[in-house]
Design a binder for this molecule. Structure first.
Ligand code: GUN
Ligand code: FE
Length: 451
């Protein structure tokens, strides 16, 4: 495979590459040679024994090839399809209340602090650095209602080289926290200002996303305005849906004219092929069908679903109904900012369903690997650019060393690449992720600051 109208090659790697395709959940390319061009795109994928031919065709020297060691492999960067950057400040705490009480007791008071740009800068820098180090090459972020702090999150993601969708949160009702409110008009105007200012920055990897927090936080008037803004500007949309039963009942009360929770978003033109909705634990099959018909996707956030006792999403059913699905950490409802945790909790959630019903078709680790990578890129409609190793896509990749010194994997019983992947997914952590690339740029380890 090769792209013939090419630009110059900037890196060539030789070793094991592991990724997912539509057909194969885990495809292993042993002794592969992968070239990345100066625009950060995969220029060729070949076999190691074709080094001479490829080096002549693409004009690089075989001496420039980076050889992976025996316990190393490359995999696509992981895609966190739902994370609240602003909630990183209290991640790992406050997990003792159900959703609606959790929001008013912990979340809204903390989010109100992002009016302070110094505080925002501190938290947003930490969350971008932590997620990059954990191997999240693309993150779909909720910020807060504050436009300037949300713009700062975009700036920080750009500086550290993370691919990001960033949303200024919109909410014009049902919030008891006095200093964390906006009117319908403010929410609509500030969303427009956020979009215009973020697009004007021309950050290559950062895009704005229209972000109604969830139906209970928004009037129909606001939802309608946000639907029009997204449609007129072909923008991404993110929100939450059907996470907990109390919330589903509240939506029925607030929107009695709608057939279902999902139908509320549909009515206001918020279901498009660039929409991602988090959770969906209690969706009916009819609602799943509406998601499929509109091209909208789900973000599965099992850590949060367990922590807030929200529900257990049946991912198998979602996949059988052909709804696009990615994984999300949902920090801070989920306590971990690592997609490896999302992978493990996804497997746990599937096994809980099998415990309840032995006929349940449990997800395999291979399928969950696909959801964390290609699935996430499809859910965010970024799969023309990222999600797996294909000539012409951006090189978003993790160099994993299963035997990295200090990392928590002591014994490796087999060199088989699939076993190395399984070990990493179940036992590994950021110490096993020795390098992270986004669009061909090495973003981890972090560049030393220029003095
Ligand atoms: N629903 C509305 N807002 C939120 C939030 O911040 N976290 C979670 N988990 N669910 C929500
Ligand atoms: Fe969330």
């Amino acid at each position: 495979m090769a792209n013939t109208d090419r630009t110059a090659i900037s890196h060539v790697f030789r070793g094991t590459f592991i990724h997912a395709t539509q057909k194969t959940a885990v495809q292993i390319l042993e002794d592969a040679l992968v070239g990345v061009d100066t625009e950060g795109k995969v220029a060729f994928i070949g076999k190691g024994d074709k080094l001479d031919t490829l080096s002549r065709t693409f004009g690089f020297s075989p001496r420039e090839v980076t050889q992976l060691t025996q316990h190393e492999f490359f995999m696509p960067g992981m895609i966190d399809s739902h994370i609240h950057a602003s909630q990183y400040s209290y991640a790992g705490t406050a997990l003792d209340l159900p959703l609606l009480q959790w929001l008013s007791t912990y979340t809204f008071p903390v989010e109100s602090r992002f009016k302070d740009l110094e505080f925002a800068k501190k938290v947003y820098t930490q969350v971008v650095k932590r997620t990059l180090r954990n191997g999240t090459t693309t993150a779909c972020y909720f910020a807060t209602i504050h436009t300037d702090a949300s713009l700062l999150l975009g700036q920080i993601a750009n500086e550290f080289g993370q691919r990001a969708l960033v949303g200024k949160v919109c909410m014009d009702r049902n919030n008891s926290v006095k200093h964390y409110r906006e009117t319908t008009q403010e929410s609509q105007e500030e969303t427009c200002r956020f979009i215009v200012e973020l697009l004007n920055k021309k950050y290559p990897l950062v895009k704005p996303v229209v972000t109604p927090r969830f139906a209970p936080s928004c009037t129909g008037a606001l939802l309608g305005q946000l639907g029009s803004i997204a449609k007129n500007n072909h923008l991404h949309i993110q929100s939450h849906v059907s996470e907990n039963i109390e919330e589903v009942n509240l939506v029925k009360e607030l929107f009695p004219e709608s057939e279902s929770y999902t139908d509320v978003y549909h009515k206001y033109n918020l279901l498009t092929d660039k929409t991602v909705l988090a959770h969906g634990c209690h969706l009916t099959d009819k609602e799943l069908d509406l998601l499929r018909e509109t091209g909208a996707s789900l973000s599965h956030c099992p850590s949060s679903n367990f922590s807030l006792c929200s529900g257990v999403l049946n991912v198998r059913n979602v996949l059988n109904r052909k709804v696009k699905l990615g994984l999300g950490t949902d920090v801070a409802g989920g306590y971990s900012a690592s997609m490896l945790d999302a992978v493990r909790r996804t497997l746990d959630a599937s096994k809980v369903l099998t415990i309840q019903d032995p006929d349940h078709d449990t997800l395999t680790f291979e399928e969950v690997f696909r959801l964390a990578t290609l699935g996430g890129s499809q859910a965010l409609s970024l799969d023309d650019q990222t999600g797996n190793f294909v000539v012409g896509k951006d090189f978003d990749a993790l160099r994993v060393n299963v035997a990295a010194p200090g990392a928590p994997i002591d014994l490796i019983q087999s060199e088989e690449p699939k076993i190395l992947l399984e070990k990493f997914l179940n036992l590994g952590d950021d110490r096993n992720i020795v390098e992270v690339f986004v669009a061909g740029r090495r973003v981890v380890p972090f560049a030393e600051p220029v003095e």
